[in-house]
Ligand binder design. Structure first.
Ligand code: PLP
Length: 289
């Protein structure tokens, strides 16, 4: 549990952070968020996350306050004693408080909240040994699925189902039988030397997904962006999940069944190594993406 949060312009103790009960983020889910990872205090791919936030904010007509994001994140990490560790940082942006009613007023004062925490130490085990995932009988759908809007109820329900099966993650399956993504991850499948992933339509265009696709292309892997049926995932030689926090996590079990050999495969290992290299490069060179 974080001791301090960033609220609008300053880092404050959690117990003293207050937002209005008329905040539209609370009343209507009228807002967006981003979750990124920091390595030894350095944010990874901050620019890409802010770009996605701005793109979605433009669609919703929410103003993104001009902030010295890197400095704000550094202050938040320091106050939570996370500056020397691997941590996650969540940026939440709401349209802010307004008079009640669904139609938003033309001008509002947006609310910015940032929270941070240590990356779960159990994640390393999932990355090394692979994880179990379960299939969900529903999906996030429609154009809003391409935006990280505050309403994450499908994800919350998915995580409850995953937890009830002691699974690491749950995959959405839409009513046409396509596996779209995980509750907080994108999905990749390795088959006959090809890397397959659903196109970034009606799913979240993950920052990690994009980086992994670029790395795989540079490594000469054949990439196919196409929709994946449940059978495509079940019969895959390998599959893995990507997200900013979890990076690249192999899938070795689908419910009660083994996926592929049930062991982490070569293609997944290769992608993990390339991603690790990219992280090291970016963090050490202090360059930004
Ligand atoms: C639904 C969904 N898909 C995919 C992802 C992965 O996105 P990213 O790589 O940008 O973290 C997330 C991240 O939280 C997500 O919520």
């Amino acid at each position: 549990v974080p001791t301090h949060v960033f609220l609008n312009s300053a880092v404050v103790p959690v117990g003293r952070a207050r937002i209005s009960v008329l905040d539209r983020g609370l009343l209507y889910g009228d807002g967006l968020f981003e979750t990124l990872r920091t390595y030894g205090g350095k944010p990874f791919a901050l620019r890409a996350h802010l770009e996605r936030l701005r793109t979605s904010a433009r669609l919703l007509g929410i103003r993104v306050p001009a902030r010295p994001w890197e400095r704000d994140i550094a202050a938040l990490l320091r106050r939570n004693r996370l500056h020397a560790r691997d941590a996650w940082v969540r940026i939440t942006l709401t349209r802010g408080p307004a008079r009640p009613g669904l139609l938003p007023p033309a001008r509002t004062q947006p609310t910015v909240i940032m929270t941070a925490g240590a990356v779960d130490p159990g994640l390393v085990t999932a990355q090394r040994r692979g994880a179990t995932v379960v299939l969900l009988p529903f999906a996030r759908r429609g154009f809003l699925a391409e935006h990280k809007v505050l309403d994450y109820l499908p994800g919350m329900l998915g995580k409850v189902i995953a937890a009830s099966h002691s699974a690491f993650e749950a995959l959405y399956v839409d009513s046409d039988g396509y596996v779209t993504e995980g509750t907080t991850c994108n999905l990749f499948v390795c088959r006959r030397g090809q890397l397959l992933t659903p196109p970034a339509v009606e799913i979240l265009p993950g920052v990690t997904r994009r980086l992994v696709l670029a790395l795989a292309a540079a490594d000469g892997l054949r990439i196919v962006e196409r929709r994946l049926r449940v059978a495509d995932v079940r019969s895959a030689a390998e599959a893995f999940l990507t997200s900013s926090v979890a990076e690249v996590v192999p899938i070795v079990r689908l419910g009660k069944r083994r996926l592929g050999t049930g062991k982490v495969g070569e293609c997944t290992r290769h992608v993990q190594a390339s991603y690790r290299q990219l992280v090291d490069k970016m963090v050490n060179q202090r360059s930004t993406i």
